[in-house]
Write a protein that binds this ligand. Sequence first.
Ligand code: FES
Length: 140
Amino acid sequence: MGRQVVHIHLLPLFEPALAIETSKISLYRSPQMTLHRACDKYEVPVGSMKQVSVAGQDLLVANVDGSFYALHSWCTHEEGNLSEGVLRKNVVTCPKHGAQFDVTTGKALLGPDGESADSIQPEKSYKVLIQGNDVMVEIV
Ligand code: FES
């Protein structure tokens, strides 16, 4: 259902173009970026989060009003598990000391124990693409 075919022209001398079904393999978008399947979109209902392990990375996938986002799952303060925190709209609150991050960007919005957002590093965020029912994450 909803299979996509990507035509890749390797070199002008190699015709015809190579066709690849993206549902069967990881799609190489550039030499450094690779798309990986994180989960099924129905595993993350609107307003919820799910922790996934993708290419050796622990990520948090969040569904904000039907749009999907991915962040590094461990808080930049003292590695609280953000996927076990609270998600309200686009803001996740760390269960350990209450730091808050915007899941759409990774930006720190509030530091631990009410400190300023400048007191902690932002979370690493990942580009997300939806292919059929699959939530795909772009990882360097
Ligand atoms: S570990 Fe997240 S706020 Fe401290």
